[in-house]
Design a protein around this ligand. Structure first.
Ligand SMILES: Nc1ncnc2c1ncn2[C@@H]1O[C@H](COP(=O)(O)OP(=O)(O)OP(=O)(O)O)[C@@H](O)[C@H]1O
Ligand SMILES: [Mg+2]
Length: 687
């Protein structure tokens, strides 16, 4: 263990400068100077979140010919990707559009933002990310914001004998500008700002407590605002923090009968009533409901539709009017994003309720579905299950992928085209090409499946079962897909959300499909390790394409060695096609499809890559395997009597699995044994 000199470490790592920077205080005039120079400090909550999202930059890519924007903000730059959101960029774009429109004041700032989706679809993760983002942003120069506190050196009665009284809703100091002169003040402040530029605005009056104090001091100084501000107002930097209940609130409905508005809009402080003599003295009121404390930032409503309906109307009012009504006090302006989330079943339960109309009208609903792209789903599990976090157990190749594969299969709708299996559809979604399916076809497939991603197995179930499998098999030193499949299967019986046998059977059936797919994959790995270097396939592929081209165009092929023109080699082409069961009668179609595909790619200026054409890729591998497999007698592995020469070859294969395919000693041995046992059963090398 290394020794650490604490004071030296802190001195060089912890920036004291930052501390004083973040604890800056100043006069009202100082603040106005800051605002003139950096009008951003006076942004409203929607504008601030909007800008925060954009500070992390974007990246564009295209999917199904549509341009998609990925906002790096959603990769969680705050905690190294811990809450990164994958695979639902299209939906995140809608979320960002909400903020775009709200920041510009087009009306969505008066709506509740409702994230809607099945259990475990990242709704809370998105909310967490936004809160975390705000905390972080408020500490940067770019995201700085300010509030004020009342100061009274004489500890007069006005502050109840205290020296300090902070704005309980951490309001923008500009709200201290008397309403009568605000319009002119703003005109001055906004002078010189171009037409398209955001203008500074001051909305709403001070909260009741500050309003009261304001008036009392005005009385004291005979209406001299300048003296009041100079003597009693101090501006300070505002750091948003969920833990400190500043600018970030969360509300979770508990018991349906036990909902109380004070949790949202604050409560009478009974101890202070004695002091101030009246329960309508705003100083005897704690403005500490979630709506109050979330001012300037965001308030999250977990399971929003579980709220009592009367309450929900309050909430919808709060967004529509951007004001709340604390008990016994006037409407109080709020500046905050109201973010709710809800599950599918809850949403549906309310669908027949007339209240739904009102709700639909006042919310912007953003769907947060499950991921349906395999390579994206895998990333969820890689976050938690990787060598860094689990150093003592190796995770065999394809393990997380198989959990993801099954999860997505359970989320998929049966393709309407009968010749397509769910597994094939999954692969199409994942960017593989199948002959006969263009990008447009895949887009169609997605379109026809309206409920896709709204049901099925949640990532949380997969996470839990992978954890279980890890714990149970820690002694083995390596977690493989079989272990995960077993956990996934045994958990199904007790799964709370599987409530009919039809669903149960469907999920089981998808497990069979997944296991079969794994068998193919692991066989393929072993075959590759035995036979292949990529160059050999490449050559084989080029050779095949040359022959197909000649065949289709009724031309001759130039023999690379003799440089003479020859007939296309029918036996050679068939030896490849037979590997994937293409009958004689279909061979022309197959060859034509490939040529068309290559032609279409050429038009787009793209090169043909056999790896993208799954069937051809497989056929080529199998052909190569066949050409080479006799050099190693795989089935002898399980016969216990392995001669030295074979043993050496097996070691070579194992080493290749480890070096090229990320296997470890344990799973490489497992894989070889498994594949050997398949071959021993008389299975051919075909899939
Ligand atoms: N698209 C996704 N990208 C990254 N992680 C995801 C995604 N979908 C789900 N997850 C992961 O699944 C788990 C559950 O997510 P989360 O708690 O955010 O879901 P939720 O929608 O709030 O669920 P619930 O409706 O049960 O409250 C988390 O670990 C989260 O990281
Ligand atoms: Mg949640």
């Amino acid at each position: 263990m290394a020794k650490i000199d604490v004071s030296e470490f802190i001195e060089s790592n912890y920036k004291r400068n930052d501390f004083s920077h973040l604890h800056w205080t100043g006069s009202f005039q100082d603040y106005v100077n800051i605002v003139s120079e950096h009008p951003k400090v006076a942004r409203n909550a929607f504008q601030r979140i909007h800008d925060m999202i954009f500070t992390f930059g974007i990246e564009k890519y295209s999917e199904y010919k549509k341009e998609i924007t990925r906002y790096h903000f959603f990769s969680d730059p705050f905690e190294k990707g811990k809450d990164a959101i994958f695979g639902i960029d299209v939906h995140l774009m809608k979320l960002v559009n909400f903020f775009k429109s709200a920041a510009a004041g087009y009306g969505t700032e008066k709506r509740v933002l409702l994230l809607h989706g099945p259990v475990g679809s990242a709704k809370s993760s998105i909310a967490r990310l936004m809160k975390k983002g705000l905390e972080h942003y408020s500490k940067t120069d770019d995201g700085a914001l300010y509030t004020f506190e009342w100061v009274d050196e004489e500890e007069s009665e006005i502050l109840g004998g205290a020296k300090l009284f902070s704005s309980p809703m951490h309001e923008d100091p500009l709200k201290l500008v008397p309403t009568e002169v605000r319009a002119e003040f703003l005109t001055e402040l906004n002078k010189g700002r171009a037409d398209g530029e955001r203008k500074i605005d001051i909305k709403g009056e001070l909260n009741p407590a500050c309003r009261y104090i304001f008036e009392q001091y005005m009385l004291k100084y005979d209406g001299d605002w300048n003296v009041m501000i100079k003597n009693h107002v101090r501006i300070k930097r505002l750091i948003l923090s969920e833990k400190d209940r500043i600018g970030i609130g969360t509300f979770q409905p508990k018991d349906e009968k036990n909902q109380d508005s004070t949790e949202l809009t604050g409560d009478i402080n009974y101890r202070k009533i004695a002091k101030y003599g009246s329960d309508s003295d705003p100083r005897a009121f704690n403005f500490d409901g979630e709506f109050n404390i979330a001012n300037r930032g965001i308030v999250e409503f977990i399971e929003m539709l579980k709220l009592d309906v009367a309450f929900l109307y309050d909430l919808l009012g709060a967004s529509q009017e951007q004001s709340i009504k604390p008990k016994k006090f006037a409407q109080t302006h709020i500046d905050e994003v109201i973010l709710g989330h809800t599950n599918e079943p809850e949403f549906r339960k309310l669908q027949n309720n007339e209240f739904m109309e009102a709700l639909r009208d006042r919310t912007v609903k953003i769907d947060v579905p499950y991921i349906t792209r395999l390579d994206q789903e895998v990333k969820i599990y890689q976050k938690d299950f990787n060598a860094d976090k689990i150093p003592h157990v190796h995770i065999a190749p394809h393990t997380l992928e198989m959990g993801s594969l099954w999860a997505i299969l359970t989320r998929m709708e049966e393709p309407k085209k009968s010749d397509l299996t769910k597994l094939q559809k999954l692969k199409l979604y994942n960017g593989k090409t199948l002959p006969g399916y263009s990008e447009d076809n895949v887009k169609e497939l997605r379109k026809e499946a309206v409920r896709e991603g709204l049901e099925g197995i949640s990532p949380r179930y997969i996470q839990d079962k992978i954890s279980n499998a890890l714990v149970k098999n820690a002694h083995h030193g390596c977690l493989n897909p079989f272990m995960v499949f077993n956990e996934l299967e045994s958990g199904l019986k007790h799964h709370a959300l599987i409530n009919n046998t039809e669903m149960y059977d469907k999920y089981k059936e998808m497990l069979v499909v997944s296991r079969q797919e794994y068998e193919d994959i692991v066989k393929n790995d072993v075959q590759k390790a035995i036979s292949v270097d990529e160059n050999a396939i490449q050559t084989l592929c080029a050779n095949y394409i040359d022959n197909v081209k000649a065949y289709i165009q009724k031309e001759k092929v130039r023999n690379k060695y003799s440089n003479r023109l020859e007939e296309s080699d029918e036996r050679f082409m068939r030896s490849i096609e037979e590997k994937i069961d293409i009958p004689e009668s279909r061979k022309d179609d197959f060859r034509r499809e490939i040529m068309n595909y290559i032609g279409a790619l050429a038009i787009e200026g793209k090169q043909f890559d056999y790896r993208k054409n799954e069937r051809l890729h497989r056929a080529l591998e199998l052909k190569l395997f066949e050409d080479q497999k006799d050099t190693i007698k795989l089935t002898t592995i399980i016969s216990n009597v392995v001669d030295k020469a074979t043993q050496e070859k097996i070691e070579v294969v194992k080493t290749r699995l480890i070096k090229n395919f990320a296997y470890c000693e344990i799973c490489a041995t497992d894989a070889l044994n498994y594949v050997a046992s398949i071959f021993a059963k008389g299975d051919s090398a075909k899939s």
